[in-house]
Design a protein around this ligand. Sequence first.
Ligand code: KG4
Ligand code: ZN
Length: 332
Amino acid sequence: MAIESSCDDTSCAILCDTRVLANRTAGQEIHRLYGGVVPELASRDHQKNIVPVVHAVVSEAGLNLSDIDAVAVTRGPGLMGSLLVGLSFAKSLALALNRPLIEVNHMQGHVLAHFIDSPLQKKPEFPFLCLTVSGGHTQLVLVKDYLDFELLGETIDDAIGEAFDKAAKILGLPYPGGPLLDQLGAKGNAKRFEFAKTKTEGYNYSFSGIKTSFLYFIQNALQKDKDFVQNNLNDICASYQAHLVNVVLKNAIRVLKDKNLHQLAIAGGVSANSELRRRIGELEREMTIQTFLPEFQYCTDNAAMIGIAAYYKYLKAEFSGLGLAPLVKMPL
Ligand code: KG4
Ligand code: ZN
């Protein structure tokens, strides 16, 4: 059984080896009122959700709690209060059932979601490059084995998901704006507007300047035409989304060439983005590489990805003690 509660989704899954028997996630509507995740409210909702979600998963899998062989949980990175709820619950369950506890790094979970059993999905072979794009992270990871990762580049400020969500907020779209911006952008002209480019060292990223340039762009345009946003919404979303996707893929392409790698996977919430998925398909044809998209349901935060990472740790008997503490920041 795996539990994920690092941000604002309370999720529980049961896996048998690499096969998902049940996977359920309770989202938290409350944050929409504030236009972003409020940590205090997130931990309170996790407390409300965790028992019903676990019960639902156990009954969907047709099991009893005593059938569980190990309890896995996200240790970090994430919000302290949110992590604490999942971790305390998992520790108690492991203690009560007398089963081993397995800590999982949330970012490793996103990458390893590619290995969840799925009849339609091909699996990458080691080594491969994984571009992990989420609400909290943007990372280029060389995946050498199931539990052997090398971080090659990452954002030095904001994550790409924040660049999506912030722009959506500026456009007056509800939180989390990423998926909505995607839907509107699909109907627009991606070549209509241009946005700022940023320079960073090595394979790192920076999205904070892009966010600010978007804000100024909208403010300037509104001064000339107060209806600018509503009259051009689809084209703004399409152009901005295409720009973010270009930025994020540019470094990935450089790594593939520099390191002579032939496989590119994407992971994390933003890997649900349709423009990114389309461009990955294009890259496969242009660069004669193999590309890998996680199954849509395993892109955004879910416990199945924690379960698959824990499965590989279970095989190596990598267990944790009950004194385990959450880590807000956790290196890959
Ligand atoms: O991985 P995730 O569920 O949570 C974190 O670990 O952060 O990622 C959430 C992020 C949010 O910023 C959300 O807006 C973004 O993923 N996202 C998308 C799409 N679906 C989710 N961004 C762009 N297009 C999408 N279709
Ligand atoms: Zn995530």
